[in-house]
Ligand binder design. Structure first.
Ligand SMILES: Cc1cc2nc3c(=O)[nH]c(=O)nc-3n(C[C@H](O)[C@H](O)[C@H](O)COP(=O)(O)OP(=O)(O)OC[C@H]3O[C@@H](n4cnc5c(N)ncnc54)[C@H](O)[C@@H]3O)c2cc1C
Length: 331
């Protein structure tokens, strides 16, 4: 039996660990190495909705993958009953470029339920992800299957040495050895680009996203997600938590564009009936998404190493499908 190390404990790393357990893949040892001391986890700073957003099969490779990703997720919710995934309605609405928009979102109607002026809106089934609850559940399932064979290490991996087996060194001088290593470090996969030259690791880019988070919002309406001309409102009734966002900037830092968020908040407040709390009541959250070529996710095998990433804005739709496909390749 072989040993496996997974580096990165966001939605990509945990989905893989879970998928390996669900596929009953046996290892002598599995080590999950992850640390947020220096790097910044995107999964914990995400509005986290999985929705089709008008994508249908037969138009692009990414579109087909998104359709399959959602089908995998729907089946997962039905058969595995994970914590942290709630079926919701995604409302897609537009006040601008309605002709084009209604081609992408056919079957909509002119609605005034949310909107101060009648607005074209189309609904689709989606999932709202409570990221903390869901990634904890994924890990819990893996712990149950692997028991003492699973080691969780809170360390930053800084160096890859020998191969066959691979030696990993950490910031605090610890060393780990594994027959196979999967890196699922989100936008920090780029750090390892010298190990796998001429691959997506060299071309992927960090793209900052930010949103406002409001706590203890006294709304009674069921959880939902609404996108109006690219602006989002995501409501989680169980947590009484509201997200309003999100910005998107091709920068690699975490300083949020507060002015842009303020304008976005004003725009939504003036267009919707919803009693969105005052801007000042919100907490600004920021994350760095990893955008790869054509916005597509990647799985890069390189000897004993594999890199998964590029989940960009579709992480919760794609992670389980990618993880399941990869897990099935393990003996
Ligand atoms: C504002 C915003 C809104 C978003 N909304 C959505 C949405 O609605 N739907 C959706 O599907 N996606 C959304 N996303 C995108 C999604 O959140 C990300 O694509 C996803 O979380 C990336 O997951 P990951 O596991 O690849 O990376 P991460 O979550 O970043 O996990 C990587 C982990 O590895 C650790 N790490 C990195 N390097 C090392 C190392 N060398 N050693 C040890 N540990 C390391 C990091 O600290 C981190 O914990 C959004 C993102 C943002 C910022």
């Amino acid at each position: 039996m072989t040993t496996l190390a997974i580096v990165g404990s966001g939605i990509a790393g945990r989905s893989l660990l879970y998928a390996l357990a669900r596929e009953r893949k046996l290892f002598e040892k599995v080590v999950l190495l992850s640390s947020d001391d220096v790097t910044f986890p995107c999964t914990a700073h995400s509005t986290a909705v999985a929705a089709p957003r008008g994508v249908t099969r037969g138009h692009s490779a990414l579109g087909d993958l998104l359709v399959e990703g959602l089908a995998t997720l729907s089946e997962h919710v039905k058969s595995d009953r994970p914590l942290g995934l709630t079926p919701i309605t995604q409302h897609n609405a537009a006040m601008e470029n309605i002709d084009l928009f209604s081609q992408r979102f056919p079957g909509g109607t002119i609605a005034s339920d949310f909107f101060r002026v009648p607005t074209y809106s189309a609904q689709e089934p989606a999932f709202l992800v409570d990221t903390r609850a869901y990634v904890d559940w994924l890990l819990g399932e893996a712990r149950t299957f692997y028991g003492s064979r699973l080691e969780e290490v809170s360390e930053l991996v800084t160096e890859v040495g020998e191969t066959s087996p691979v030696t990993l060194s950490t910031l605090h001088g610890r060393k780990f050895s594994a027959d196979r290593v999967v890196f699922a470090c989100g936008t920090y996969n780029r750090f390892w680009k010298a190990l796998a030259p001429d691959t997506e690791l060299s071309t992927s880019k960090p793209v900052q996203g930010s949103y406002l988070e409001f706590h203890n919002v006294p709304w009674d309406r069921p959880s939902f997600s609404l996108t109006l001309d690219g602006d989002n409102v995501v409501w989680n009734l169980a947590l009484r938590r509201l997200f309003v966002g999100s910005t998107s900037e091709d920068v690699g830092h975490l300083l949020p564009p507060a002015g842009e968020l303020r304008s976005l908040h004003e725009r939504l407040t003036s267009r919707l009936w919803l009693e969105i709390p005052a801007f000042e009541a919100g907490v600004i959250k920021v994350g760095l998404r990893e955008k790869a070529r054509r916005r597509a996710p990647y799985v890069v095998p390189h000897g004993d190493l594999t890199f998964i990433g590029g989940l960009y804005k579709n992480a919760f739709t794609l992670a389980l499908k990618i993880a399941t496909d990869l897990a099935r390749q393990f003996p």
